[in-house]
Design a protein around this ligand. Sequence first.
Ligand code: GTR
Length: 385
Amino acid sequence: LTAMLAGTAAFAQNYNELLVPAYSLPHPLVTVNRRPVKNVKMWEGTRRTEILRLFENNVYGQMPKDFDSIRFEPVREDGGAMGGRAVLKETRIRVYRGGQSVAIALTMFVPKNAAAPAPVFLLINNRPKRNTDPDRKEKSAFWPAELVIDSGYAVAAFHVSDLAPDDKAKYSEGVLRMYPEHLRMGNGMKAIGSWAWGASRVMDYFEKEPLVDAKKVVLVGHSRGGKTSLWASAQDERFAICVTNCSGNTGAALARRQFGERISRINSVFPHWFSSNYKNYNDKENDLPVDQHMLIALIAPRPVYATNATKDLWADPTGTFLALKNAEMVFALYKEKSTLPATPPPPDAALTDGILGYHNRTGEHDMTEFDWQQFIRFANHHFNE
Ligand code: GTR
């Protein structure tokens, strides 16, 4: 009966916990050749690379690491921003390869009365640019820059459209101009890969920026941006903490639960986000050699904070909690004991004091000041302990 109800019409999304099919997850600590992974050496030497390749080849596409040159161009500096509490720095990050280039506009505020160099929250902005207004004429809870500054952190943001337009007809008019070979590859990156690539170029800049502590960068993304923050953090071990907010399908939620958004749906509505190969798994979640708990595991032993919202069943709050739970074993290899309970906490109970953090906020699919307050507590816990 369950199978019949769950598998009816194309794109029918299930919201009933009782109709979640039985599934078994690929084991993070068993290699493709069925060898058990018992220690960090074998994890890092064999299994981690294996899983990274599986995600590249089947889900997000490869992440090109080569380019010809990178330049950091100062655009504006204002030492009296936010009523004198912060320095505003706007920078253009230009990257060149094969006669093509992209320019990433980075907006950043650095607190004046805080540790120098400052730890920093970097937002991958997938919402309209006014959400990260450098002039602070518009203030948005999506990027509550004043709150972050007053907590002693720098706060930065770039917009996804600088890397790849979020449009199935135009996504290649960005980073992919520099890597046209990816457009012909089944495992070539598309928009989400391009955005994640951009986060790494901002990290290149942070490493050269004396005002910020490049060893204390918290990468934050919401929804499609949260899928990106996970993939970027898995790829680039320089990110110290990953925050993935309401990231759902192909983000922090387990695909095999087939709860809320499914792979077939996301690949049809957003064919420009993931690799072409990912379409082989439309309605075939169980054929995937990975599931999303393994993406979280790739970030170990660095802390990961995942959120959901109670009215955002589309992004499967329970499936997100279970992905964190099923990644615990990899953190345990590093002697990082998870403090997550066995079952999801009640709404608004924020678990900010463990290596894996989680909350399910009351409300809609969004990123709010409540969410940011928890990210700050989580970062305080890890950076100050
Ligand atoms: C939805 C999509 C989700 C999520 C969301 C967003 O339409 O189905 O996977 O990414 O957009 O980015 O807000």
